[in-house]
Design a protein around this ligand. Structure first.
Ligand code: 4AD
Ligand code: MG
Length: 466
């Protein structure tokens, strides 16, 4: 490894027990204060929520250079690691040499000391990772992605890359981004006037994927347990704090798992991830708990320490109907639950995460296994406090005839899905899976309240800046 790769980062130096050693610090200046004799420069390199204090004897440095060391500038410091005299940090660096990598004009640099609103910071998504809040969120995002791969690796799952460009509509939702190289101002037409997709790049109409599940099922029918973890696209025009047009989804798919096994996995997986955050991200959690959500750490512990409630959709509707609550959206058997209903069940009624199962078939996707009652399917939604739905999944239909009937109910042509049907024709097996929205998970573990603040570059209706 190069010397630069081995250089201790701010997080390492703050934990270092040695004193009097020479160290090199590289990072961005958060603040500079002091007097005519001494300057205190708080440096952060993104490795921790905490800054390293650099102390510079004004007389030993070029005045012009020190003037350019302002909030937002980037510097290299060589100096001695010593006990800090000030409170608030164990060590500081007594500077011997300072190099300015890049200045930041105080007149125009947007991130001055004072607190900014999250809305303002969204407009400067290229600079917001340099704030405490977004540094914390990004580090936690990394920790969660790493923990997801670790969990599956440790449990015998294989990581499967499913395509982002597809010709199938996995959710039957119809809210898709089309992928085409045709001239949209003047597309080729067939005799009946419709667009001639045989002339398009792929020779048929394609879109960005809304889910990797259907290809995930191919993987499970050979490798037993797989998971996907990749970008997912939905062109729904929903401007809510929980919806993105581009988000990342984790989709495990398991042969031989029935609905019960699927629920057990979802609960164990979510608890593992939250425990991982509590064990590995405490500095960042404490900051977010203090700044944004005073119940955050308590709530995370509560989820890891308690069993999720498992409830029939029908019973859920019953509870909601008898709640005496005035909901904005109607409650009745056959209707889908809205976020307000989900949150009522979780936050007010049970005060625990809830796994709602056996939904009416009409409101769920075509691939879900039909129950013996003929009117509900083996669906499961995991509902979380503050978030509502964090996971959606099901046991899959394996009966070829039933599956074909369901597909024709949804207007899906069997010839477009021949390969999916083949999985039921050759070596079919009971199987199940679910999808976890990565950014919904991040909302929960960071305590942030808008999904635009947990993804680095949010894609939402009328917004694709950066
Ligand atoms: O419930 P959904 O639509 O389920 C599926 O896509 C299935 N194919 C999953 C499976 O069984 N393999 O989406 C799964 C999860 C939701 O519970 C939610 O967490 C997240 O994906 N999600 C979104 N997150 C952010 N923005 C959006 N627009 C989302 N839509 C779904
Ligand atoms: Mg869903």
């Amino acid at each position: 490894m190069s010397k630069e790769a081995d250089r201790p980062k701010v997080a390492d130096l703050l934990k270092c027990a040695e004193r009097g050693v020479e160290v090199t610090v590289k990072g961005w200046v958060r603040t500079k204060r002091g007097n005519k004799n001494v300057a205190f420069i708080a440096v952060n390199d993104g490795s921790t929520i905490h800054n390293l204090q650099v102390v510079a004897d004004v007389a030993s440095f070029d005045e012009e250079l020190l003037k350019q060391v302002t909030t937002g500038s980037c510097i290299r410091v060589v100096g001695t690691l010593v006990d800090s005299l000030g409170s608030g940090q164990p060590v500081e660096v007594q500077a011997r040499e300072i190099e300015l990598y890049g200045g930041a004009d105080p007149e125009t640099y947007p991130l001055q000391k004072k607190g900014h609103t999250l809305e303002f910071l969204r407009e400067i998504a290229h600079l917001r990772p340099r704030t405490n809040t977004f540094g914390a969120v990004r580090r936690m995002s990394h920790a969660m992605a790493f923990a997801i791969h670790k969990y599956f690796n440790d449990h015998g799952f294989y990581y499967l890359h499913t395509p982002l460009i597809t010709a199938s509509d996995a959710e039957g939702a119809g809210a898709m981004f089309q992928v085409t190289t045709l001239d949209i101002a003047n597309p080729p037409r067939t005799e009946d006037g419709s667009i001639d997709y045989t002339q398009d790049f792929f020779g048929k109409q394609c879109n960005l994927t809304v889910s990797g599940q259907l290809e995930g099922e191919i993987g499970a029918m050979a490798l037993s347990k797989i998971y996907t973890f990749g970008p997912t696209f939905r062109a729904e025009n929903s401007n809510t704090p929980r919806h993105l047009a581009e988000f990342w989804m984790i989709e495990p798919e398991m042969a031989f798992y029935e609905l019960e096994d699927n629920m057990d996995l979802a609960e164990d997986f979510l608890k593992y991830l939250i425990r991982y955050a509590l064990e590995n991200c405490m500095d960042d959690l404490e900051f977010l708990n203090k700044m944004y959500d005073n119940d955050l750490i308590e709530r995370l512990k509560f989820v890891t320490d308690n069993d999720f409630v498992r409830l029939d959709y029908g019973e859920g509707i019953e509870i909601l109907s008898q709640s005496g609550m005035k909901f904005e959206f109607p409650v009745a058997w056959g209707l889908d639950l809205q976020s307000e209903h989900e949150r009522y069940l979780v936050e007010q009624h049970f005060k625990k995460p809830v796994i709602l199962i056996n939904y009416p078939k009409e409101i769920k996707a075509f691939y879900m296994k039909l129950n013996a009652d003929g009117r509900t399917v083996r669906a499961m939604d995991v509902l979380f406090p503050k978030i509502g739905e964090i996971i959606g999944g099901s046991e899959r239909e394996t009966d070829l005839d039933l599956l074909q009937t369901r597909m024709s109910d949804y207007g899906i042509r069997p010839e477009d899905m021949w390969w999916y049907l083949d999985l039921r024709r050759f070596g079919s097996a009971p199987h199940s899976g679910f999808g976890l929205g990565f950014e919904r998970l991040l909302l929960f573990v960071t305590g942030m309240s808008n999904i635009r603040d947990v993804i680095p570059f949010p894609r939402t209706p009328k917004n694709a800046e950066f």
